[in-house]
Design a protein around this ligand. Structure first.
Ligand SMILES: *Cc1c(COP(=O)(O)O)cnc(C)c1O
Length: 227
């Protein structure tokens, strides 16, 4: 448990240093603690020691179990692939979905959002690799999907998200993240009001911060290796 808190505090310090290094606005990068396949005990321990609120999960059933068990009011983000038969649960239990890649899924999430809850925040997941089998929307189709999403009454489009192919080459990491930044920038120039650029994981968050990430999604770097 101690190392969990130490990892987290170390990560926060690193992020603050990287904001300075890359001339980002102080405190403009937030951390999504990716808690998939880690226990609710670890999540609660992290929250209780640090006040951290934002947690990311990618398996609906596992996440809903944690959400229904905890008495804490946490900010739950869904970051995994979305099957049609899971949209009702996601829409009911999460505040934010990072992985929208089809209109049909978005429409179901909007229709199924319980009326007492505020709009569900969403990002469009972008496929930066142009491998057709990878999830995410190709760059050329983002604006068309964004136009459709902003018409859905119970969703709020916040920005873009991507999971690039893993590489240890820092310059390549930066080049890839820069593409997502440019895509977001061109949407903003077309009039979309976007404030979340969800990119960067444990192995590449420095490059993501260098290229304008506003939310990094870190699992291993906080919780250690997954079970
Ligand atoms: C698992 C996961 C992460 C975190 O990965 P780590 O390498 O453990 O930091 C981030 N984003 C998504 C979409 C994930 O599925």
């Amino acid at each position: 448990m101690n190392s969990l808190i130490q990892n987290y505090n170390h990560l926060i310090k690193q992020v603050r240093v990287l904001e300075l290094k890359y001339k980002r606005i102080p405190n403009s990068v937030t951390i999504l603690a990716v808690s998939k396949r880690h226990t609710l005990e670890s999540i609660e321990a992290l929250h209780n020691a640090t006040g951290h609120l934002q947690f990311g999960e990618n398996v609906v059933q596992e996440a809903v179990e944690k959400i229904q068990t905890t008495t804490l009011e946490l900010d739950w983000h869904f970051i995994g692939n979305i099957q049609s038969n899971k949209t009702a649960l996601i829409s009911r239990h999460f505040n934010f979905v990072h992985s929208i890649d089809r209109f049909k899924i978005a429409e179901r999430l909007s229709n199924q959002r319980p009326p007492e809850l505020s709009k569900l925040n969403v990002c469009i997941e972008v496929n930066l690799s142009s491998e057709p089998q990878k999830s995410g929307v190709p760059l050329i189709n983002i604006e068309e999907l964004a136009e459709e999403l902003i018409k859905l009454p119970n969703l709020k489009l916040r920005g873009l998200m991507a999971i690039p192919e893993k590489t240890d080459n820092f310059d390549l990491q930066r080049k890839t993240f820069a593409k997502l930044y440019q895509a977001q920038d061109s949407l903003i120039n077309s009039g979309f009001e976007l404030d979340v650029l969800s990119m960067g994981m444990s192995h590449d968050f420095e490059a993501a911060i260098a290229e304008g990430a506003t939310m990094i999604r870190v699992g291993t770097g906080i919780f250690g290796a997954r079970n």
